[in-house]
Write a protein that binds this ligand. Sequence first.
Ligand SMILES: Nc1nc2c([nH]c(=O)n2[C@H]2C[C@H](O)[C@@H](COP(=O)(O)OP(=O)(O)OP(=O)(O)O)O2)c(=O)[nH]1
Length: 134
Amino acid sequence: MHVMAGVLLDPVGRVLLAQRPPGKHLAGMWEFPGGKLEPHETPAAGLARELHEELDIQVEPAHAAPLIQVPWSYGEHALLLDAWRVGRWRGSPRSMEGQALQWLRLQDVPESLLAPADREILRALLAAVAGQVS
Ligand SMILES: Nc1nc2c([nH]c(=O)n2[C@H]2C[C@H](O)[C@@H](COP(=O)(O)OP(=O)(O)OP(=O)(O)O)O2)c(=O)[nH]1
């Protein structure tokens, strides 16, 4: 299973997190918005589709770039979590599927809030951002 995750970073260094709904796998944990890639869909197209469905925003392929791929296994359930960094989008993200959303400063995101596979994404992102400013 190939899962796309969008890392939306705003100009003041905050990142957008979504909470997994009750009754679903990893309910209550926070994640990067996204979802399963459909067959025959490119990663950039799948990412844009999911972010449009979940957040009502438009993302151009030129404004999304691969950040890290995390192979993960939740027991029987294996997935490839494919995180892309999104630097620009059109529209204001809003919850389209009832999920709670929050913007947090990247440095303030507690790993314990995140779905386990997402902790790797957070580390990669912190390293990438640190590399850009030094
Ligand atoms: N979207 C997303 N899913 C993640 C992240 N981290 C992580 O472990 N996952 C897992 C949770 C799910 O097992 C799977 C993504 O499934 P999904 O969100 O498309 O679908 P779902 O489980 O909500 O189920 P459904 O909509 O197909 O009914 O990947 C993340 O950052 N974003």
